[in-house]
Ligand binder design. Structure first.
Ligand SMILES: Cc1cc2nc3c(=O)[nH]c(=O)nc-3n(C[C@H](O)[C@H](O)[C@H](O)COP(=O)(O)OP(=O)(O)OC[C@H]3O[C@@H](n4cnc5c(N)ncnc54)[C@H](O)[C@@H]3O)c2cc1C
Ligand SMILES: NC(=O)c1ccc[n+]([C@@H]2O[C@H](COP(=O)([O-])OP(=O)(O)OC[C@H]3O[C@@H](n4cnc5c(N)ncnc54)[C@H](OP(=O)(O)O)[C@@H]3O)[C@@H](O)[C@H]2O)c1
Length: 513
């Protein structure tokens, strides 16, 4: 019998998805599964591997599984690679004792790192929990990609919103010779805001020149360590513990200790390092002790918004600048404001390509695609549309975009309308959520076009969702299940299974954050 591919044991599919896919592959390659005396080992599924599920929901789905799977369920399930692994391989490395840091899951934040700490402590006292067979040592494409940084040249960060908008989304243009495919993201090594760094140094009463040991284990000048090497917007529990242990005032020490242990209400969950230093002036540890206990400043990821076949030598990003007021101080998102505000044309930015894990255009240029991308979720779809134009793909393209107001927030309006005008965009639907009394979201537009959506899927369309994970993608998922159930006369469970099968076929892909 000729080559007949089978899904690897570790592929994150449920048994039904796996059975269907194995059958599909057998059909495609014209073979029957190899006869074998041994029944195939039961396939492992990863039902919690969905970034739209809440932490508690994910953990409930992993109950009774081996400890590395429970640890995996605590991760944010984005497979974003910021930790240097995938969610599964990071969890396996922790379970094998090869990875000591429990704070690497940036999108999971403190809830994930605290849960990991709790689980690792609990598993230590529960030898009955079996470990799954060891997996090969992790060298994920994500880790490998982050190990291959390159320098991009900053060109511009043009506003995409009109004056008067409450949002500030930028069209960031970088020049770089890096190779990538549409669907990939760019990892950006940003620097913390200089005002925050200067205020921390002043509050510590230190000199910016003082040599300190940074979390990367390398000695830096204090100013450089705080600017480039440390996460200062979210001080680690370990750093808070250092502050607690060195606080001269007993009350300060107790409150800080409670904060480090995550007691609800002990202190503001979102305090940055400056908040802590100002609120607890008796806590002034030796500099290296404090600085080395902070988490390393991790790169931030941005979906690439351009196709190399359309604009060679450039990488475009669609970046929403994070700025807000809290406790009488203006707070700035590290990387989004670094890219939006703090770079001059010609400046170098350290970056790497994060290959998309399952966010790709269909292999056939004739297949129709449906793209649901509100807000910055439009980014990869601009790249998809550029790519399909560049390769002369004839498949139909349908984009559903949403943002607060048509007047101020219709990102890439001119480009999108031009593509509508010349037929490259077969359909463009917009959901401007705040232009009327009741909210209108992308899923409401889909509901209005339910029959058409069903017909496109019947024609083999691939369905994509990009943008906010916890609110939008979760609700869109539910909305789609409702629509498909109605159009296909399925009950809720069958509609969910239908969507899961679409995902297993690679025809329902999400890039959410
Ligand atoms: C695969 C992937 C693709 C992504 N693509 C894009 C993209 O195309 N465009 C894009 O803009 N982003 C994208 N992101 C998100 C991006 O990586 C960053 O998370 C985002 O820009 C914020 O990073 P920051 O460093 O500016 O903010 P940080 O310094 O990390 O601060 C963000 C934190 O600030 C807090 N915060 C934010 N707003 C408020 C508020 N109003 N009130 C109180 N607290 C608040 C929240 O805790 C939030 O987590 C993507 C993420 C992933 C994982
Ligand atoms: N994990 C994260 O930390 C995370 C994830 C995504 C975005 N953000 C941050 O949010 C900011 C803006 O992001 P963005 O520009 O991508 O836009 P966005 O905030 O995601 O909003 C885009 C559109 O989606 C609508 N929306 C809100 N809830 C929705 C839901 N449940 N279903 C469908 N649509 C919904 C919004 O409407 P209304 O606003 O009118 O309700 C708006 O019209 C940025 O600062 C970004 O970094 C953070």
């Amino acid at each position: 019998m000729g080559f007949m591919p089978r899904l690897p044991e570790t592929a994150p599919f449920s048994p039904s998805q796996r059975a269907w896919l194995d059958g599909y592959l057998a059909g495609l390659f014209g073979g029957n599964p190899e006869p074998s005396a041994e029944p195939p080992p039961p396939a492992e599924d990863f039902p919690w591997h969905d970034p739209t599920l809440l932490l508690d929901e994910r953990l409930a789905l992993a109950q009774g599984r081996p400890r590395e799977r429970v640890l995996m369920a605590a991760m944010a399930q984005l497979d974003c690679g910021q930790c240097g692994y995938l969610c599964r391989t990071y969890a396996e490395a922790i379970a094998r004792g090869e990875e000591a840091s429990l704070t690497r899951c940036a999108p999971g934040g403190k809830p994930t790192s605290r849960k990991l700490k709790e689980l690792v402590a609990a598993f230590g006292a529960m030898p009955g929990v079996p470990a799954a067979p060891a997996m090969p040592a992790p060298l994920s494409p994500e880790a490998a990609a982050a190990d291959r940084p390159f320098e991009a040249r900053f060109c511009a960060a043009r506003p995409l919103n009109r004056p008067g908008s409450e949002k500030d989304t930028r069209h960031v243009v970088l020049a770089a010779a890096a190779g990538f495919e549409v669907g990939d993201s760019l990892g950006v090594a940003a620097r913390n805001a200089p005002e925050l760094v200067a205020a921390i140094i002043a509050c510590l009463g230190a000199s910016p020149e003082t040599p300190v040991l940074a979390p990367d284990g390398v000695e830096h000048r204090l100013a450089e360590a705080l600017a480039e090497a440390c996460e200062i917007r979210r001080p680690s529990d370990q750093a808070i513990e250092v502050l607690a242990s060195r606080a001269l005032d007993r009350d300060h020490s107790l409150v800080l200790q409670a904060m480090a242990e995550g007691y609800p209400g002990a202190g503001p969950e979102d305090a940055d390092l400056l908040d802590l230093l100002e609120a607890f002036p008796s806590a002034r540890p030796p500099l290296s002790e404090l600085i080395s206990a902070l988490d390393p400043l991790q790169p931030r990821l941005y979906s690439i918004a351009s196709s190399p076949k359309h604009v060679a030598g450039e990488i475009h990003l669609t970046v929403a600048a994070v700025r807000y007021q809290k406790r009488a101080r203006r707070r700035l998102g590290v990387a989004s404001t670094f890219l939006s505000d703090r770079l001059a044309p010609g400046e170098k930015v350290r970056a790497f390509i994060r290959p998309a894990a399952g966010f790709r255009l269909p292999a056939s240029p004739d297949s129709p695609i449906i793209m649901i991308g509100p807000g910055t979720g439009i980014a990869p779809f601009r790249a998809f549309l550029q790519e399909r134009r560049a390769i002369g793909a004839r498949g139909r393209n349908w984009l559903i975009f949403g943002n607060p107001h048509r007047d101020g927030d219709f990102l890439f309006e001119d480009e999108l309308l031009a593509w509508c005008g010349d037929g490259h965009l077969t359909r463009l639907d917009t959901a401007f959520s705040r232009d009327q009394d009741e909210k209108i979201y992308v899923q409401h537009r889909l509901l209005e076009r339910a029959a058409e959506l069903w017909a496109w899927l019947g024609d083999g369309a691939h369905l994509y969702v990009c943008g906010d994970a916890m609110r939008m993608a979760r609700d869109v998922d539910q909305g789609l299940a409702y629509i498909l159930g109605r159009e296909g006369q399925m009950d809720a469970a069958a509609a969910k299974a239908w969507l899961a099968r679409l995902a297993a076929e690679g025809r329902y892909q999400k890039d959410v954050y």
